[in-house]
Design a protein around this ligand. Sequence first.
Ligand code: PGA
Length: 243
Amino acid sequence: MKLYCGKDYKEMSRIAANIISAQVVLKPDCVLGLATGSTPVGTYEKLVERYKEGDLDFSQVTSVNLDEYKGLSGDNDQSYRYFMNKNLFDHVNIDKNRTYVPDGLEPDSDKASREYDEIIESVGGVDLQLLGIGHNGHIGFNEPADEFCRGTHCVDLAASTIEANKRFFEKEEDVPRQAYTMGIGTIMRARKILLLASGEDKAEIIARALTGPVTPKVPASILQFHNDVTVVCDEAAFSKMKF
Ligand code: PGA
């Protein structure tokens, strides 16, 4: 596991963007696994900057996102499809037909999950998977559970996740209670993983996930078993790590 510590959020974002840029330069037709949430926003801004400066070309890139709220359409401004368009896809030359997000409007969870897994398989799996981490250790929407889940599935969001995400919605009741998420098995099959965290509120979970026992109660802890993980944090998020 490689650990990079940026001074602050801005530096964390710059380092993360460097790593993603390197992936795109070295393999222009790579498959990027992408994430939403507040953590990667600065990384996407940097990638857009580099594209505008002429240093990055997304024309052959394919992307698969980690998750989507069940019940939200792509034009709902709280959907993760909307987030990706607004923060990255609308500003770079990626072919939107090759950007995949689970279909939040598919009511049949088995069908939505099966179809998403087929897509991931058909594009050849993920070369570089970007991840944030929830305060409870979730990655994607793989919430703490009794076992690790292999493929895409529908999850009931944990109360703490609903609480953390309500800031984006008008009222707490508006936060969807379910989501489709890529499974831990799929995340672990990504050839490279890039985990980001910023802020003191993530320090405890980063220390537990990276140095504590590997358990589905802390889903991100499974990353200790992956052989190509890069973790980029700011100083605050690394403040409880014992080196
Ligand atoms: P955040 O969410 O980036 O908004 O902190 C991370 C996550 O819940 O995975």
